[in-house]
Design a binder for this molecule. Structure first.
Ligand code: PMP
Length: 428
């Protein structure tokens, strides 16, 4: 496929936007080459500036669970936009989407909407600190919770891709309050807690990690975290920015049966508009301003367009829970198709999958944490990525990312993708 116009647009963009992009992973730095500039998208497909059609396995990094330009979502946004785009005053639709979200997700009474996953996680941690009166937090190497200072300590996703998991600009003081644990290693978490007794406000975790590629929790890990938190008076924050409303109506809490104290959301909850949210039991949420002393605010929070898109999306997922099964079946089909092909070509790989999240690690061992994910062969990944792209299939431009399956994909699309893997496997 030809990507000439995309390359020209990238050259122009680099003159006025740092690195030519407004979010680093988009720059293709981990895989080389120029990023693709999109003109429009519909269902499972992206259309680019050179007139190519790509099957999309990223789906705006998750939100397009029902496909791009999904009519109920688009119509809801268009109708709302005609009535004004922001008021900075309460609207009924905020209560409607809050009621729906609270009814779908276990263990939460109240929810507050913000504008991104970063904001959701940053606010959740502030709330946990305000509620417990403690300063330190535990996060896991390779997990990404947005670009707020406290989280850029061995962060995953773009932070690791760009070699700055500990970003300059984060003060030593902030970094000292973030304690780093190994994912899926309960003993390590326990040792950290024991040596910081009475100082830890919360443990924040991606209950199913997606930012070092897809890494599900091993059996007993989340349950173990829950009981450590109960024993030591620590709040457990599930960052469900990826998993919320994607893996099940009630997200990872429902899927794993483990309760969190605070849950953060993004992506799906905004139907593709800039939204995040955090939620908890009333007893915790009532610490937020204006009820309580923990300050958190936003001029555009609860924005009518974002609420309309999110409500249309959540209504559909709530009314048709079969979607989650269908998504998981499609992902399983893809998994087997790719695995069989890579086996035929004697390629070393591990595929991790849960629900509609999947990633191919070109690593032989089981991939359970950041260290094992980092053992993947990046040269093979690069060839794989470009081979797929040249044949019209767009996967994440970094090995440290998950693919997000959309319901808009048909089995014909999946077969086309598997046929592309067959073609590409020959050159790996
Ligand atoms: N948490 C997780 C688990 C994420 O995957 C992301 C983004 N990929 C974020 C937080 C940050 O969300 P945003 O990019 O909307 O700020």
């Amino acid at each position: 496929m030809i990507y000439k116009r995309s390359s020209a647009l990238f050259t122009a963009a680099q003159k006025v936007i740092p690195g030519g992009v407004n979010s680093p992973v988009r720059a293709f730095k981990a895989v080389g080459g120029d990023p693709i500039f999109v003109t429009e998208a519909k269902g499972a497909y992206l259309y680019d500036e050179d007139g190519n059609r790509l099957i999309d396995y990223i789906n705006s990094w998750g939100p397009m669970i029902l496909g791009h330009a999904h009519p109920p979502v688009v119509n809801a946004v268009v109708d709302k936009a005609k009535k004004g785009t922001s008021f900075g005053m309460p609207t009924e639709i905020e209560t409607q989407i809050a009621e729906l979200a609270v009814s779908m997700v276990p263990n939460i009474d109240k929810i507050r909407f913000v504008n991104s996953g970063t904001e959701a996680c940053m606010s959740a941690v502030r709330l946990a600190r305000g509620y417990t009166g403690k300063d330190k937090i535990i996060k896991f190497a390779g997990c990404y919770h947005g670009h707020s200072d406290s989280f850029l300590i061995q962060a995953g996703s773009g932070a690791v891709t760009f070699g700055s998991p500990n970003s300059p600009g984060v003060t030593k003081g902030t970094a000292q309050d973030t304690l780093l644990a190994r994912y899926n290693d309960l003993d390590h978490v326990e040792r950290i807690i024991m040596s910081n007794q009475g100082e830890i406000a919360c443990i924040i975790i991606e209950p199913i990690a997606g930012n070092m590629g897809c890494i599900p929790p091993v059996k007993g890990f989340l349950e173990g975290l829950r009981s450590l938190c109960d024993t030591h008076g620590i709040l457990l924050i599930f960052d469900e920015v990826m998993t919320g409303f994607r893996l099940a109506k009630g997200g990872a809490q429902e899927l794993t049966g483990v309760d969190a104290d605070i849950v953060t959301f993004g992506k799906v909850i905004g139907g593709g508009l800039p939204v995040g949210a955090f939620a908890a039991r009333a007893e915790i949420m009532n610490h937020l301003a204006p009820l309580g002393p923990v300050y958190q605010a936003g001029t555009l929070s609860g924005n009518p367009l974002a609420m309309a898109a999110g409500l249309a999306m959540l209504n559909e997922l709530n009314n048709n829970p079969e979607i989650f099964k269908s998504l998981a079946s499609k992902t399983e089909y893809l998994h087997h198709g790719i695995a069989n092909t890579l086996d035929e070509h004697n390629i070393t790989y591990t595929i991790n999958r849960i629900g509609s999240m999947i990633s191919v690690h070109f690593a032989g061992d089981t991939v359970v944490d950041f260290d094992t994910a980092a053992k993947g062969n990046n040269d093979t990944f690069k060839k794989f990525f470009h081979g797929m792209l040249d044949n019209g299939v767009y996967i994440a431009p970094s090995a440290f990312e998950t693919w997000f399956i959309t319901e808009a994909l048909t089995y014909e699309d999946l077969d086309e993708t598997i046929a592309t893997v067959q073609k590409v496997a020959k050159i790996l």
